[in-house]
Design a protein around this ligand. Structure first.
Ligand SMILES: Nc1nc2c(ncn2[C@@H]2O[C@H](COP(=O)(O)OP(=O)(O)O)[C@@H](O)[C@H]2O)c(=O)[nH]1
Ligand SMILES: [Mg+2]
Length: 452
């Protein structure tokens, strides 16, 4: 944990030093990047109602804190943690939680008062909760009743998942796989690179299976449902667990799984280490998003330069024409001036005065041309890429394509707001700054975390 705190401090110091200017240049917010890294490592526990989430948490802490029961007993999101130094135990309301600048939960405010009245933080004296916080969640119900909650339940889960370092997804044999929606939210909010390593799957309450045959069937169903949801061909590890309920005999053939419960608890304690990876992945992801935005802006600049060159070429041609022929046309239309420039040129009779009209025509052409470029050509270019930003970058990997999805709107926003400014930015220099950061600083951090 000490290493984690040190490393975090270093990242927080080096990020602004290396990237602040670049981030700001492209509309990224450094603070936004640092928020998920605030405070303690977080463990989020989600799953069906009465799959045994609260029972497991109580067992982990060693105290009966959370209410448990067969019916959907608890409809609150509860953040459980030990009090900070100088603070006592007690409950803190949702409103206070989202207002506390030391905590990373400010982003939850947007889900409204109704949600905030279902958010609480419980400060409990517990050694286990010193270095981590656990979030207990109300169970998922079926989708019809989901709407009755009065707030965007899945939105909240997604927001919390983004902040969490470890996500425990708990099922029970009766409802193995009814949380497809949740899984979709998880996939959408978690960084691609986080992969599944941040998600732990648990099939709980296995003691309620009649016999081994029944258990194998439940396990098979869950695997099937998971593969449907994840699209993965391999099966992730699924912890098979049960709680020791007083007065309930565990059939001997199930006792081989007893140790899985302990392993799951150990996995929770690995959250601080996961936090380090999470932190680096987060920084990694944003840096790579930044790279894509810079490449898009460089792409835009290149298109602009190409247009500009074309513009200069045609300006040179029309300029030469109007220089030579402008006053000739005037002469043909109105008889004035008496002797056009071309006639002077042919007779070799040139003086400063003979250049008056050609220069006027040349300046007029340049003026009109620039105006056209500014008012017509440039906005057209801008509009073209606002409606087709994908043409700005070539995406080589699936990872890049996924990142691009998340920054596309940012690119469009930049084009709409400050396309003219972006033309003057030296993107290549900015790009090499970010790439240097990814390849040296970030790599060094990764190497260190791997050694922990
Ligand atoms: N048989 C059995 N019952 C369990 C197990 N875990 C929890 N329960 C019971 O299931 C009910 C729901 O548990 P709870 O922890 O409230 O579920 P939650 O809604 O997911 O928080 C309670 O009555 C628990 O006693 C288990 O592993 N085996
Ligand atoms: Mg509960």
């Amino acid at each position: 944990m000490k290493d984690a705190i040190e490393l975090k401090a270093e990242i927080e110091k080096i990020l602004p030093k290396r990237l602040k200017g670049v981030l700001e240049c492209y509309g990224f917010n450094l603070q936004e990047l640092l928020t998920p890294l605030k405070w303690k490592p977080l463990v989020l526990i989600i799953g069906n109602y009465s799959s045994g989430k609260s029972t497991f948490i109580n067992e982990f802490i060693g105290k009966d804190i959370q209410r448990t029961g067969q019916a959907p007993t608890d409809d609150c999101f509860t953040i459980l943690t030990a009090p900070e130094e100088g603070e006592g135990p007690g409950d803190i309301t949702g409103n206070t939680v989202v207002s506390d600048a030391r905590l990373p939960f400010a982003g939850l405010r947007k889900f409204g008062e109704k949600f905030l009245s279902h958010l609480v933080m419980k400060r409990i004296e517990s050694e286990k909760l010193k270095d981590i916080a656990i979030i207990d969640t109300p169970g998922m119900l079926d989708s019809v009743t989901e709407q009755d909650r009065g707030y965007d339940f899945l939105g909240v889960v997604g927001e919390l998942a983004k902040l969490s370092d470890l996500i425990v997804l708990m099922f029970d044999p009766h409802k193995a796989g009814t949380i497809k929606e949740t899984y979709k939210v998880l996939r959408m909010t978690l960084p691609v690179s986080a992969g599944e390593d941040r998600v732990v799957f648990v099939l709980n309450r296995i003691d309620e299976c009649e016999n081994l045959e029944d258990l194998v069937r439940a396990y098979g169903t869950l695997c099937w449902n998971l593969s449907q949801m994840t699209g993965r061909k391999d099966i992730p590890r699924i912890y098979l667990t049960y709680a020791q309920i007083p007065g309930r005999e565990i059939p001997p053939e199930f006792q081989v799984w007893e140790k899985e419960r302990e392993e799951l608890k150990k996995a929770l304690l690995s959250a601080p280490r996961m936090r380090l990876f999470h932190m680096l992945q987060e920084v990694d992801r944003v840096s790579r998003q930044l790279v894509l935005v810079i490449r898009a802006m460089e792409g835009f600049k290149e298109h602009f330069v190409k247009r500009l060159k074309g513009f200069f070429k045609s300006l040179a041609v029309t300029g030469a024409f109007s220089f030579l022929l402008g006053d000739l046309i005037m002469h043909l239309v109105s008889g004035y001036p008496e002797k056009p420039f071309l006639a002077h040129l042919v007779s070799g009779n040139l003086s400063v005065d003979t250049f008056f009209w050609p220069v006027i025509w040349l300046l007029l052409t340049i003026g009109a041309g620039s105006l056209y470029f500014q008012k017509v050509t440039f906005p057209r270019l801008e509009n073209r890429f606002v409606s087709a930003p994908d043409e700005l970058v070539k995406l080589e990997s699936a990872y890049d394509r996924d990142l691009w999805e998340r920054v596309r709107s940012k690119v469009v926003g930049l084009l709409k707001k400050e396309a003219r400014h972006q033309i003057w930015v030296r993107h290549k220099r900015q790009l090499s700054k970010v790439e240097r950061f990814i390849n040296t600083d970030l790599q060094a951090f990764y190497d260190r975390v791997k050694r922990f």
